[in-house]
Ligand binder design. Structure first.
Ligand code: AMP
Ligand code: MG
Length: 471
């Protein structure tokens, strides 16, 4: 059994035994990830125990990882896994090594004022949304299994403790580098960088400029991940540097949300008073976070600050180029033309003014019935005429365009109200809806006639849901 991260030693993590919850009950398990990790031989009972920390993952000993981070722009010198443990590592069917990370496992040396627990509702949200994003083609941590328990956990009201195991190639964050950099542990900073390179980019191991390459890769991947979020209309909610994966994978799902009615300035996190992490600010915050990573890596970048800045400055272009190609695909366009922004911007203005549902609109556009989603249809028609001309200029068949658009514009997204319904049912002991949402979100681009209602516009109460940071 591998635990290469724990093997880095006590500067990087602390051994912690999970504290099992009472009367654990399996809420859901994810067949795909089970198979990917060759855990098929586990019975439901064994998965439940694994997720409850009462069955060790082979002989591996769990650790809590240390990190730091910029939270809402302010430096916090020590954070770390306050309620999660790295259980160990397993080889996937693809030959890659994966971390198994148990969230909700009890107190650790990094719990600060927290109780080390996670409640059912927040765990369901993370469990389902990681899978939803994965199936939309967005790099993310994955979900293995989820349990509920009878252990009381106190938030605004008494809730039940829950736990989930997530799976990722890495749980190293921008904040992990920041921790070693700002605490002047530069030797450990180099060890961390070499560890990440050894594990994920072994081809660079002997390269003198390997840290530069790592930075460049992190910058590009982050830009591209955020381009994918923007195109999907997805808001992370807490883009602190401790929630940014060094591999550019979406990690740490809290108050995230998909856009319902289009609102560029949408703030999905109820505690984000200033809208630092508003939907339309995500790209620049990604850049800000990459700047923080660049700063943290400076002590081990032999080429120095000037070169580091050149690397950092590749971010805007990487973002713009990925985002525009994703957006083109949503409109069924394959070539870039100079005036494309002039075509698209007025449409977004119209959508903003009418709060047109983002996902419903693009799906309808793919199917040729988008006018139905607008109030001012004349205004939409005028736009649509120009759009048709632009499409025609590419000379592709209608059928081809439509196929491409249906593959770029999902029908099913994990809207907050769908989650809320599943959470309400789960809190009263019925877990079927969680599994059902998981199944639906595995095929977001497919027509699923039996699940049509899950693609409908959100009910009015959806706008009143308030979701905040860690719970
Ligand atoms: P998050 O905003 O969820 O990324 O969490 C920020 C930091 O707070 C991380 O270091 C978490 O491990 C820690 N944390 C969040 N919730 C709890 C909790 N209930 N108990 C202990 N630590 C927590
Ligand atoms: Mg976090």
């Amino acid at each position: 059994m591998k635990h290469t991260y724990a093997d880095l030693g006590s500067a990087f993590s602390s051994p912690v035994q999970p504290q099992p919850l009472d009367n654990p009950e399996l809420v859901s398990s994810n067949r795909e990830v089970i198979e990917q990790l060759s855990l098929d031989s586990y019975s439901q009972e064994e998965l439940t125990q694994l997720c409850n920390g009462s069955k060790p993952l082979n002989e591996s000993s769990p650790v809590a990882m240390v990190y730091a981070g910029h939270q809402f722009g302010s430096w916090v010198s020590r954070l770390g896994d306050g309620r999660a443990l790295l259980l160990g590592e397993l080889h996937g069917a693809d030959g890659k090594l994966y971390d198994l990370h148990l969230k909700g496992a009890g107190l650790t040396p990094y719990s600060r004022s927290g109780d080390g627990r996670a409640v059912l509702r927040s765990t369901i949200r993370e469990y389902l949304c990681s899978e939803a994003l994965h199936h939309l083609g967005i790099p993310t941590t994955r979900s293995l299994c989820l349990i509920n328990s009878t252990t009381p956990v106190y938030r605004e009201k008494t809730e039940t403790g829950a736990a989930m195991i997530r799976v990722a190639e890495s749980h190293v964050r921008f904040g992990t580098f920041e921790y070693f950099s700002y605490s002047k542990q530069h030797e450990q900073l180099q060890i961390l960088a070499d560890y990440v390179i050894w594990r994920h980019f072994p081809q660079w191991q002997d390269d003198e400029s390997r840290v530069e390459k790592l930075l460049a890769e992190a910058v590009t991947r982050t830009a591209e991940m955020i381009a994918l979020w923007q195109a999907a209309g997805w808001c992370h909610g807490v883009m602190n540097t401790d929630n940014m994966s060094i591999l550019g994978h979406t990690i740490d799902y809290g108050p995230f949300g998909f856009l319902d009615g289009f609102d560029a300035g949408h703030i999905c996190n109820h505690s984000d008073w200033q809208g630092r992490y508003a939907f339309n600010r995500q790209p620049e915050i990604g850049y800000w976070n990459c700047a923080a990573l660049t700063q943290a890596l400076l002590p081990i970048l032999p080429a120095g600050q000037e070169k580091a800045e050149v690397i950092l400055k590749t971010y805007p272009k990487a973002f713009a180029s990925r985002y525009s190609s994703l957006l083109r695909a949503k409109f069924g366009l394959v070539t870039a033309q100079e005036n494309d922004n002039k075509l698209i911007d007025p449409l977004f203005t119209h959508m903003q003014e009418e709060k047109t549902d983002y996902t419903v609109f693009f799906r309808a556009l793919s199917q040729g019935n988008a006018e139905d989603v607008f109030i001012d249809r004349e205004r939409f028609h005028a736009w649509h005429q120009k759009y048709q001309e632009r499409l025609a200029s590419e000379g592709r068949s209608e059928d081809e365009v439509r196929k491409g658009m249906l593959a770029a514009n999902p029908k099913y997204i994990l809207r907050n109200h769908l989650l809320q319904i599943a959470i309400d049912k789960a809190e009263s002991g019925d877990y079927n809806e969680v599994q059902r949402l998981l199944d639906i979100m595995k095929k977001p681009f497919d027509e699923q006639p039996e699940n049509e209602s899950y693609a409908a516009l959100p009910p009015e109460w959806a706008g009143e849901l308030e979701i905040s940071c860690s719970s």
